[in-house]
Design a binder for this molecule. Structure first.
Ligand code: PLP
Length: 456
């Protein structure tokens, strides 16, 4: 057999990647057939593929590269921590970067959310939040109070438990889910509300749906409601004004925990460290975060728990909170998060996001002029273009390739997007400048013109 070279040709790389690297969420009928893209390097808002083509990183990695690619300071902070202390068991010891980071997150989080449990990413943060709810209700003598209410199209992760509460594409997978533990409500998508219904009435109905579900399942059986402030992977769905505040009130009324999954919306995406309080006026019981916490430079997540809940989880008897990972609070990841936060503070990246958001959203909304476009939505530096489904226009059926086509054309012109069925979503690095926003939307506009000619 041919020896494996450490410096393969581009062709070899593509072949090995195609034959041996099973990627997350692969389509199993085609995964070995499709030649994927190999990304070679990144700098600022740009990435270069293995053929040397430069592209704007429209998805910001995967909603995470807040400070942009290729920051020397990040590399130095990571290297320094490796040399100082690469690892120490989180089960028995703390480390300087973990202690400082926990203190910072407690400061950034709203209200009394002061206790931080570090995880390896978003899925394990959600898993931790749900296990904390199980622990709490077992401890309170309410062992049946475990059902999680979630929403269709929501994405909360890929561990068994976080996948169980994810509504996105459930119908297209062959994985088992723990269905007894979850109850799904329809998604809260104002664009697809019944014809003639006002957004206010739609919101009333959605809040009512939650309360009715709790009453039908029995408040003694419902442990938590989990919601992304903006439902991102399911299509950047912005809920109607007041929805989160009112659903939180419903949860409080029925002693149901409110878990705000800020894996995407946290760390500046909406111009704040967390969106829950400043944007949506809620102080949830737990917040989960990951991604932008390190700008994707290293894996790290966290579940931040309120004092109110911690007090009920803590007591005189000896009970183990037996949740944790070898790489919980990894000192190198925590050092990366601290440097990421330092850069964001020094460069006032949150202020920058707040400043450029109106322009970003205005350029997005300008695509209203394309009849092929159904909905344009977003908030902060999050955007989504949804194709219009029109009867008789077969190529634009709900499952159409509008998103893929748009993405392909943009890619040919130097911009990566994230296609999602009939939609294309984007969340560029937060350092994106106004002229770069223009370049990005100019490329999308050209692609929309082309797709309109092909499909319209
Ligand atoms: N929660 C939300 C809202 C997410 O968008 C994601 C990932 O996209 C997750 C949880 C899972 O995070 P991870 O992929 O880091 O496990």
């Amino acid at each position: 057999m041919k020896p494996i070279s450490n410096s393969p040709s581009v062709e070899e790389l593509h072949e090995w990647d195609r034959l041996h690297n099973l990627k997350p969420w692969s389509m199993m009928n085609t995964w070995r057939e499709e030649e994927g893209q190999i990304i070679d390097r990144g700098d600022g808002i740009y990435m270069w593929d293995s053929h040397g083509r430069r592209m704007i990183d429209g998805p910001g990695g995967m909603w995470c590269v807040q400070i942009g690619h290729g920051r020397q300071e990040m590399a130095d902070a990571i290297a320094d921590q490796v040399m100082k202390l690469a690892y120490s068991s989180p089960f028995s010891t703390g480390t300087e970067p973990a202690a400082i980071l926990a203190r910072k997150l407690a400061e950034f989080a709203p209200g009394d959310l002061n206790t931080v449990f570090f995880t390896t990413g978003g899925s394990t943060a959600v898993d931790t939040a749900l296990r904390a709810m199980h622990f709490l209700n077992n401890r309170r003598g309410m062992p049946d109070k475990k059902i999680v209410i979630s929403r269709e199209r929501a994405y909360h992760g890929s561990t068994y438990l976080s996948a169980t509460v994810s509504g996105k594409e459930r119908n297209r997978t062959r994985f088992d889910k723990e269905n007894r533990l979850v109850h799904f409500l329809p998604d809260v998508d104002p664009y697809h509300r019944p014809e003639g219904m006002s957004v206010e009435t739609f919101c009333d109905q959605k809040v009512d749906d939650l309360e009715q579900a709790i009453l039908e399942l029995g408040p003694e059986n419902v442990g938590a409601f989990i919601a992304e402030p903006i439902l991102c992977s399911g299509g950047v769905i912005v809920p109607p004004p007041g929805y989160h505040k009112r659903t939180l009130e419903v949860c409080r009324k029925h002693d149901v925990l409110y878990i705000s999954d800020e894996v995407v919306t946290g760390f500046g995406r909406l111009g704040h460290w967390f969106a829950s309080e400043p944007v949506f006026d809620i102080v949830p019981d737990m917040i989960t975060c990951a991604k932008g916490l390190t700008s994707g430079y290293l894996p790290l997540g966290a579940c931040i728990i309120s004092d109110r809940i911690m007090e009920q989880m803590t007591g005189p008897e000896e009970v183990l909170f037996s949740n944790g990972y070898t790489y919980s609070a990894h000192p190198v990841s925590c050092a990366a998060a601290l440097k990421n936060i330092e850069i964001m503070e020094r460069e006032d990246i949150l202020g920058h996001v707040r400043e450029v958001t109106p322009y970003f959203q205005e350029r997005l909304r300008s695509f209203e002029k394309f009849p092929i476009v159904g909905d344009l939505r977003g908030m902060g530096l999050l955007g989504c273009i949804e194709g219009k489904v029109t009867e008789g226009r077969a190529s634009l059926a709900a499952d159409s390739d509008f998103g893929t086509r748009l993405d392909m054309i943009c890619e040919e012109n130097g911009l990566l997007l994230r296609p999602l069925l009939n939609m294309a979503v984007f969340s560029p690095p937060l350092i994106i400048s106004k002229p770069q926003i223009d370049t990005m939307f100019d490329i999308i506009e050209g692609a929309l013109e082309q797709v309109s000619r092909e499909m319209g």
